[in-house]
Every structure is written in C-alpha cells, then in structure tokens.
Design a protein around this ligand. Structure first.
Ligand SMILES: *Cc1c(COP(=O)(O)O)cnc(C)c1O
Length: 402
C-alpha cells in the first residue's frame, strides 16, 4: 500500500482542510484505485515467520490483525486527524464507544472528573452511573459558567468532559477559558465535538487535549452507519488509548469506516449549507415560539462567543413551546416533510422531543436541571430546499395552535 498522491507526509500535512477532506488519508494499493479500497479482512498473511515476528515486536510496519490495524480504518483515522489538526486518531465502533474509551483509558479509582451538566443522555450515564461504579468521583456543573469549572476542581481532578454546543440545550462552553484552566492545572480536557465537527470548530486550536466523536452524525452525514473516533497527541493515542483499545476491542468495522471516509469528502459543504438552512429556519421559528436555543441567533446567551469559536452555528437547534408535551407532540405529528427522528447530523431534516426520547432515561429532576423541558423540541436541519422546510414548519406550528 502506497500513501496518497503526495507520499511525503510533511507535504500532505500542510494541505488545507478542504484538500484534506478529499485527499487526506488516501493509501493506494498496486491497482492505483481512485476511490479508497475496502479491506474486509480480519487477518493478514505473512511471507515469513521472521516478518510477522518483526511486526509483533513493533520493529516493522504493517498489519497483524484487524483489532490492531486495518488499512481502510487507518485511512479514515488519518483523514480525521488531518482535518482535526490532531497528531493521531483512532476510530471507534460508535460515538459512545469513543466516549467510554476516551474516559476509561485514562481514569482509575480515586480520580475525579468534572463534567458538563448539559450532555447527550448516554454521556451523562457514563458520568452519573458508570464512572462512580469504579470509584471515580464525578461533579456535574453548568458548563456555560466559567467560574463553575474553577470551583469544581479538586486535588484529584484528572479530566474535564464536555460538549459544545451541547445536546439538546445548545449550551456553549468557552473553549479558550476552560481548556486554558485545565492546562494550568494539569487536567486533560475531553471534548465531544459531534455537534460541530472540525468543519465548524477545531477545539485543539483552543488548547483541547482529546476530541471524542460520534462520527454517526455529521461526519457520515447521511444516516447510514454508527461510528466514532478519538483524536489526541501521539503520546496520548499510542501510550494511553491504544493499550486499552487493543485489549478491549471497541473497533470500527472496515465497511463503516469506508462509509464515513466517503462522508468526509462532503463534510464541509454539508456542514456549512445545513448551518445556513438552520439559521434561516431558526429566524422564522423565533418569531412564533416563546423560546429558542440557537447559538447563531443574537438571543442565545453566548451568541458572541459561539461565533468567535465556530465558523457557523451548525445544523442543530432547539425551541420550547408553552403547551408542554401535548403541544410539542402535536407539532411533530403535523410535519409532512421533516421526519420524526432522534438522529442528528443527517442531510435530511429530522425533529424530536428529547424529554420522551433521547433524554427519557434520566430522572425528572436531572432533566429539569439540564433544561430539557416537556415543551422542548430539537431539530436537525438538512439539505432540503429552505422554502419547503419553512412551509412544513409553518404548517406544523399553525396546526399546533402557534
Ligand atoms: C449521538 C451522540 C453521541 C453518541 O454517539 P453514537 O454514535 O450514537 O454512539 C455522543 N455525543 C453526542 C453529542 C451525540 O450527539
């Protein structure tokens, strides 16, 4: 396998993101295929016993077993790392595999984690339920208050864990402040960048240490596969994450890696166009509902900060109606174009009621504290014509009495 057109890593590293998205991490076989090959293989064969011994000893480069490396997965990992501006990346079976691996690989009994209150339901389960089972202390804070991060630090604090924008309240974390604070205290930041991706926000430029992804969302972007990734320094990935991953096996299947690799070619175009549609739709919805949570709108409490650290506000936002679950469900049931679905990042517009779906597993108190109310709806805005989307929302709001 040969590396891409430019085989010199020092040249390919310097390509700009748009180029990396279609060229980064292309390795060609002796056939010179245009599109990246799909290696559906679990194992590899060797010319000699000495060759395989050298590979296992780490003295020769090459594949040994697909839980350790696979060419198709490695191409995806290289492309994501180049887009993210990270030294290294390892793909994971899903976003939650990425979160679990990124946290468990570096934590041990007696450590303390400070995590954002507003988070994807399963991320909160890791913090509230899984980590404490292993004697890892956790503190959940309002991530949009800078001082709350300082106040939560203990002598044994090892990790800061947060999303920005956060699901589904669209809370924005001050990346420069929080990553800077963590650095000054020797704390590792783990940032879940699923809502933005490197196309819209690169947390490493603000000092983040580890980026954990659900690649199921914008990276695939077409609602096809579950996938995840963890990016970090070579030292973190090779010395901390890899020993955990190689022995526990949350690996991404080659076929799913190939699908995401294809998705990355259009990531930036999709992320920007979907952001544009989401801003237009958000502006229209804002005039009809009591509350909207959209970082691209001036009404968002951290709008200025969001625009400072993001290229665009992304395709996802939430809004709240006064009529609780009944009115929220009535809006969903009146939609004709936009699908009722809890997925996000898709090229199709999708809407869901977080309190009865993505965040249904939480206690009422935890949901309330997070701001996930019964009247909240979350929308992922896709690539459809904005006029059709506007008409659909207009009809659904009217049908629900708004
Ligand atoms: C979807 C999502 C996850 C989990 O990803 P999966 O690929 O579904 O496992 C984690 N964090 C955020 C912010 C998400 O939106």
């Amino acid at each position: 396998m040969k590396k891409t057109t430019g085989t010199d890593r020092s040249v390919t590293r310097n390509w700009r993101p748009a180029t990396q998205a279609v060229r980064g991490g292309t390795w060609r076989s002796e056939h010179g295929e245009t599109s990246e090959a799909l290696f559906l293989t679990s194992g590899y064969t060797f010319h000699s016993a000495g060759e395989v011994a050298d590979r296992f000893a780490g003295e020769a480069e090459g594949m040994t077993y697909s839980r350790l490396q696979n060419p198709t997965v490695a191409m995806l990992e290289e492309r994501i790392a180049l887009l993210e501006g990270a030294e290294a990346c390892r793909a994971q079976a899903s976003g939650m595999a990425a979160m679990t691996t990124a946290l468990l690989c570096q934590l041990e009994t007696g450590d303390h984690v400070v995590a954002a209150r507003a988070a994807f339901g399963s991320c909160r389960w890791l913090v509230d339920t899984l980590l404490p089972k292993f004697g890892i202390e956790t503190t959940v804070i309002d991530s949009a208050v800078n001082e709350a991060w300082d106040a939560a630090i203990r002598p044994n604090t090892k990790v800061f864990f947060f999303e920005t924008p956060a699901n589904p309240t669209l809370d924005i974390v001050d990346l420069a402040y929080v990553c800077g604070l963590a650095k000054s205290r020797g704390i590792t930041t783990v940032v879940d960048n699923a809502f933005a991706t490197a196309a819209l926000q690169r947390p490493m430029e603000f000092g983040a240490d580890v980026i954990a992804y659900s690649a199921t969302k914008l990276m695939d972007g077409q609602g096809r596969v579950l996938a995840g990734a963890v990016c970090g320094s070579e030292e973190f990935i090779n010395d901390v994450l890899l020993p955990f991953q190689r022995n526990t096996g949350p690996n991404l299947a080659p076929f799913n890696a190939w699908v995401v690799h294809k998705g990355l070619e259009t990531l930036s175009l999709r992320a920007h166009k979907q952001s544009e549609n989401a801003l237009a739709l958000g502006t229209m919805i804002e005039s009809r509902v009591p509350k909207i949570l959209h970082p691209g709108l001036a009404s968002h409490p951290r709008h200025a900060l969001a625009m400072q650290q993001m290229d665009a506000a992304g395709p996802i936002f939430s809004f709240v109606v006064d009529g609780g679950r009944a009115q929220a469900h009535a809006i969903l049931d009146a939609l004709e174009l936009i699908d009722i679905s809890n997925n996000i990042g898709d090229a199709r517009s999708l809407m869901c009621h977080p309190a009865s779906t993505t965040h249904a597993g939480m206690t009422d108190e935890a949901r309330e504290e997070m701001g996930v109310t019964e009247g909240m709806l979350r929308i992922n805005v896709g690539l459809e014509d904005i006029e059709d989307l506007t008409e659909d929302i207009d009809r659904a709001l009217s049908a629900a009495g708004l």
